[in-house]
Design a protein around this ligand. Structure first.
Ligand SMILES: NC(=O)c1ccc[n+]([C@@H]2O[C@H](COP(=O)([O-])OP(=O)(O)OC[C@H]3O[C@@H](n4cnc5c(N)ncnc54)[C@H](OP(=O)(O)O)[C@@H]3O)[C@@H](O)[C@H]2O)c1
Length: 300
């Protein structure tokens, strides 16, 4: 059997950012609106700092307006909630993102509940989770939206496909399952208590891994020709002493011999997440101003 198509998330994300940039330029020209994204960072977790920096940099490069609010580790829940409320009331901010994880003394649910659902570009607010569940328009978490775009880049029709999502987190697994269901897949959500996970995975025409366990999914778990989307980001020791490298939840080199199409790690799902955040922010700005998202023609 031929090797799998490698789904290039980096290139797809670059195309998406370019499209958002053209639409943002059209919005600015026609309405004088610049979509504003506020990212709030509490404490100095090094990984979170990098994520926030990348989000704001890519927002600015795409013609959006990125604002970072860096708060001290000792910030109280009440102070953070008050800052989020200020962004809720700021007409130049259309999207608000609070970088997780938060320090232990802050309840993330309380903070997310404070974000105006119409500015919740991460799609984590219970109202947006509910909207997704019942098929109403709202904001959908960025990583699963990016996964759907990558699936669409290799599959014409998802109707009736068996989809297996491994992982049931609120930010990836559950919304991913909802999106696949909305596209008429037959969806199974697997997790740490699932019996005979390998057998479950082997039934999947579309297999999405969002677990956080390096190379857990082996080639023998994959149906020949399946589309495999690897959300996992795991840092492991590299062959060279003292170095590390990133791997997914799927054993990529083995799986590519069996799958029909597969995302690599890095360079697969990861780059799509920020691009989808920018897309949500553009959409938020349009909705809050009661204007349609400019089409490609409007940018010409
Ligand atoms: N590419 C991106 O932009 C992006 C974005 C978000 C996350 N990620 C990565 O995606 C991975 C998952 O993230 P997450 O936030 O969804 O993680 P999470 O909240 O830790 O959820 C992990 C899920 O995997 C399940 N699981 C754990 N061990 C398992 C096993 N042995 N067999 C089957 N299922 C198992 C857990 O089941 P239980 O519910 O039973 O505990 C849970 O539902 C991580 O590597 C994360 O870094 C990447």
């Amino acid at each position: 059997m031929a090797e799998a198509t490698i789904i290039d998330g980096k290139a797809t994300a670059a195309l998406l950012r370019a499209k958002i940039g053209r639409r943002a330029a059209a919005l600015r020209a026609s309405e004088g609106i610049v979509p504003g994204l506020a990212t709030v960072l509490v404490g100095d977790d090094p990984a979170s700092r990098v994520y926030v920096r990348n989000k704001v940099r890519q927002a600015d490069e795409t013609g959006l307006h990125g604002v970072t609010q860096a708060l001290d580790e000792t910030t109280t829940e009440a102070e953070l909630v008050a800052r989020v409320r200020e962004f809720n009331d700021d007409p130049e901010i259309h999207g608000i993102l609070v970088q997780l994880p938060l320090p232990d003394h802050i309840d993330a649910d309380v903070v997310i509940d404070t974000i105006d659902p119409d500015k919740d570009v991460d799609g984590f607010h219970a109202i947006n989770a509910g909207r997704l569940m019942i098929g109403r328009p709202g904001f959908v978490p960025c990583t699963p939206v990016g996964c759907m775009m990558l699936i669409d880049s290799v599959l014409d029709d998802l109707t009736g496909a068996n989809a297996v999502v491994v992982g049931r987190s609120n930010i990836v697994g559950k919304p991913m399952a909802q999106l696949l269901l909305a596209r008429h897949c037959t969806v199974t959500v697997a997790h740490s208590r699932t019996r005979d996970l390998a057998e479950m995975c082997r039934r999947a025409d579309i297999l999405v891994a969002a677990v956080g366990r390096p190379k857990m999914i082996e080639d023998g778990w994959i149906k020949p020709g399946a589309v495999v989307i690897d959300v996992g980001i795991n840092r492991i020791a590299a062959e060279e002493e003292g170095k590390t490298r990133l791997v997914g939840d799927v054993d990529f080199e083995a799986a590519r011999q069996v799958a029909g199409a597969i995302t690599p790690v890095p360079g697969g799902v990861g780059p799509m997440t920020i691009a989808c955040l920018l897309r949500n922010t553009l959409e938020a700005a349009c909705r809050q101003n009661g204007v349609a998202v400019p089409g490609e023609n409007a940018a010409a």
